[in-house]
Design a protein around this ligand. Sequence first.
Ligand code: UDP
Ligand code: MN
Length: 336
Amino acid sequence: MVNHLGAPPFTDMTIRRKFISVCILNYVEYGSVVQTLIDIQSELKSQYHQTEDVTNQLKILLNNFRNNFEIIENITSCCLNWPIIYAITPTYKRPVQKAELTRLSYAFRLVPNFHWIIVEDSEKPTKLVTNLLRTSMLNYTHLIAPTPASWKRKLREPKWKKPRGVSQRNTALKWLRLNRNKPTDRGVVYFADDDNTYSLQLFTEMRSIRKVGVWPVGLVGGLMVERPIISASSGKVIGWNSHWRPERKFPIDMAGFAINLQFLISKPQAEFSFNVERGFQETTLLSQLVGLEELEPRADNCTKVYVWHTRTEEPNLNDEKALKKLGQRSDENIEV
Ligand code: UDP
Ligand code: MN
């Protein structure tokens, strides 16, 4: 293989082999391919005594590989007919909304065979979300589902008083049942809140789920990590390490499980509900789907963390409030 500048990039056989195996075994996500290329780049750098010329050539090479791999990866994932990952994201208007959705969309761009179902907690689609989706380069469905007034959080009411995302997630489930109910529709459904942090490996893990897959979630439930406990002999979930309301049947966060699409379609009644105790949304849905023994542990038998229940700090907008009193604003004619 010769790059367009004429330099033979892979004189070393081990590097060549590594590269080819990455090409052939394209059953890895695009992100890991790029990481491997970056590793190869640094190996090559040391081989070529790190001369600036070579480093520049390698940069160009790496960029070419990035572009080529995106194409190869798209083609192979279509050919392999991977199940589509349907990520359901409730979202609502607030100062950090565009920042959250921008961050999320860039992570999702790196996931092959991906479909983003974004459900706005609003009476009509907003310009901000509409434009963000249009330019996202993602497959997406844009829905709206306003939370009923009686379930809306009042000003200064603590966050935990009311359940969040119920109407939005149920609306997305309804959409899937109406639009992805053919026997040929293969997929995995995941509830991806707009403020969490997702590793690409998470999506690789969930793609093979037959009913419901589970894994650890970082920074949630008052712990560094909440996770299912797996029996060494049976490989099944036998309990949980949760401290908060551990008596729940499924003491797990929304980010800690995903559901096979066809399996979900086979349970047409399963949905979330406003009329359940705080913290029981996950248990409500999962109890309608599976028993404990049916759960499929992922992430190396639930020993790895690939998703974090991060929360974004509310920005200090004291001066913005002062401006508003004077009838002014800093974001006049500029979307933030
Ligand atoms: N959400 C919403 N409407 C609201 C509050 C939250 O659609 O009034 C969405 C939010 O954007 C997120 C999900 O519901 O995707 C969960 O909300 P949040 O992250 O605030 O909850 P927590 O982190 O406490 O689980
Ligand atoms: Mn959250």
